[in-house]
Design a protein around this ligand. Structure first.
Ligand code: IPE
Ligand code: IPE
Ligand code: MG
Length: 239
């Protein structure tokens, strides 16, 4: 798979990549299979992209696995997804740990099944000191929730609400914002993902459905990123 990786100077490799892994249901529908089949294929794709990110020199990878709005899906699909998270985490944790991946979960986990929250805590504490890829999994996550929880924690402490203070209390306050956002599945929206953190992120929106998103597609996203001129409101360097 390394042959698919672009040969980019280090500074052109995004340190932090965020991904909206969308299109599992449509992928299954194309094959006349139930949505569950698409979600299972989506897990394989996630595993592939974690490895590709690691091999490409990406330092942080944030994956959107379940939004707060996804609770509104039919209960059967929600419980299927929860079961899939539990099984996947049980199966993958050992090898992620051996690869020095540090795992963290962000989101409002209040309504999650107990076995899943216990497993998430175990995964976080087991991998806490790992210095490899930082893998952040957004489950039960909403950008509005994240900003609101930061603001209310400042209110509780009687502190003024400034951009810097909010920044310091977001769900993952110690990591830089994503450099690159990849959304698969063709939609041109953020669906309440990292609203605050994506302010100056480069957006790579592709039609490929998530289960079809492979190493070559990831490499293409990195190459596209390398060609971007990030101005942050300033004028181009040469001007
Ligand atoms: C993304 O795929 C996975 C989750 C939201 C959990 P979808 O399930 O949204 O697939 P589509 O968009 O219906 O194809
Ligand atoms: C976004 O996908 C959430 C995840 C990929 C986890 P959705 O399928 O829920 O987004 P919408 O409903 O098309 O905006
Ligand atoms: Mg979708």
């Amino acid at each position: 798979m390394t042959s698919d990786l672009p040969n980019l100077p280090d500074m052109r490799i995004p340190a932090h990549v965020a991904v909206i892994m969308d299109g599992n249901g449509r992928w299954a529908k194309q094959r006349l299979r139930p949505r569950a089949f698409g979600h299972q294929a989506g897990v394989k794709s996630a595993r592939r992209i974690v490895r590709a990110a690691h091999n490409s020199g990406v330092k942080m990878l944030t994956l959107f696995a379940f939004s707060q709005e996804n609770w509104q899906r039919p209960p059967i699909e929600v419980s299927l997804l929860m079961g899939l998270f539990v099984r996947t985490l049980r199966r993958e944790l050992g090898s992620l740990h051996r690869s020095a991946v540090r795992i963290r979960f962000i989101g409002d986990h209040g309504d999650f099944p107990n076995d899943l929250t216990a497993l998430m805590q175990d995964a976080e504490s087991l991998t806490r000191d790992n210095a490899g890829l930082q893998l952040i999994i957004a489950v039960g996550y909403g950008g509005h929730w994240d900003i609101a929880q930061a603001a209310s924690s400042l209110c509780r402490d009687g502190l003024p609400i400034t951009p810097q203070a909010i920044e310091a209390r977001l769900a993952v306050a110690d990591l830089p914002h994503p450099d690159l956002l990849i959304r698969t599945g063709g939609e041109k929206r953020l669906s309440n993902f990292l609203l605050w953190q994506l302010a100056y992120t480069e957006l790579h929106l592709v039609d490929t459905l998530w289960p079809d998103f492979d190493e070559a597609a990831f490499a293409a996203a990195l190459s596209w990123y390398a060609s971007r001129d990030r101005r942050y409101g300033r004028v181009p360097e040469a001007s």
